[in-house]
Ligand binder design. Sequence first.
Ligand code: FAD
Length: 424
Amino acid sequence: MKFTLPLLLVACSDAFTVPTLPSTAHSRSVPLYSLKADASSGPQTGIKRKYLKKVAKTVAAGSMVIPQAAFAAATKTEPTLHTGQKIAKAGGIAALAALFGYAGTKILGGSKKQDFLEATPYYDQSTVPVNTYKNKSPFTGKVVSTKRIVGPKATGETCHIIIGHEGKMPYWEGQSYGVIPPGNREKDGKPHSVRLYSIASSRYGDDMTGNTASLCVRRATYWCPELKADDPAKAGICSNFLCDTSPGDEVKMTGPSGKVMLMPEEDPKTDLIMVATGTGIAPYRGFIRRLFEEDTPARAAYSGEAWLFLGVANSDALLYDDEWQSAIAKPTVNGGKLRLDYALSREATNKKGGKMYIQDKVEEYADEVFTKLDTGAHIYFCGLKGMMPGIQDMLKEVCTNKGIDYDEWLAGLKKNKQWHVEVY
Ligand code: FAD
């Protein structure tokens, strides 16, 4: 894939400029262009079949035990009372189906089981699906919805696209799908090649059915320096195809692929440091939904701090801010919590008076970040590949100031599988 210099510069400067406002205060003043989290629907389908059976039995026996208490019993954690209680009290299969969604309905109806949603135990990664669908025999999904999720002053357009896969293309948080855009290449008439997109939903999908996946796609444009305008003839093929889709449109997909960005769920007290520029936010949306919005065993157990750093150009370019605010307000029963910092490059300045890039924001917390990594935190980087040199230079400098050998330090993190990078 060839990028011209002007194209690269535009892409990088957008991604690595960000603001220093205190995240919570800041977010309140940010217009909310992002999608509403599906958090209002109560306990979801992120539940083991064993748990669903247990709840079904409990309800059949006329017990008033609330679903989350049953869930906690199944997972040996403390229950928290939930709005699900009211629904359970209303009684009846319809209420239960509404409560648990599609999975619950299927179990109660005695039809197809949905135990693919959680491994046994839930953190066991030996069965993570990889390349279920390959380039030669892709799966044809159908678009459920396509929405622009940035404000009018955002640099470029980013869309949230939900695609139906009928439960036939299961994936784990942190994986990617391939998309084969329709049509043929101009240069040789061969079909377009596959492009990868990080999946931006949890394995259950935004509707909690396990039948959809969401993508967060930035429309790739080409700024022509001579024309001083976008040249539509050179616009990115696949991103424009995806951002222009309508409900019902067919999308050829491959995958899921990748294991680099999976969450380390075996030790639920593990701190996560998630660093993103632009659409690099996608995998973290899946993490955060799983840890803070869905009644998954991962959420029931989580007691660490998940710390999100997002770098974009300006407030209008922020992605999913309302969802992060919702998750911040929902620490887990074991004290797991979400922390958020934004780096808005065109609206804030770093300590040297320059643009606030993602590495500048992380550097502000260097001591804390290093302490966390010393004690087993996992750090993730996702977004444009241009973000990594700045990040690495910053980390090197911090190491030098602390008298740490950078290469040894990095090799140690990689050896312990604490270092995760997916940049493009
Ligand atoms: P292409 O058609 O492949 O063109 C590439 C670029 O070249 C475009 O910017 C285009 O404008 C420019 N161009 C076209 N013709 C010319 C020309 N003649 N001269 C100069 N420039 C030209 N992207 C996301 O938006 N979200 C994600 O979550 C995401 N996740 C990814 C995960 C992975 C693991 C990887 C590897 C990539 C990911 N990407 C993601 C990037 C994505 O795969 C595509 O590379 C991106 O969408 C651009 O593809 P395209 O088909 O639109 O552009």
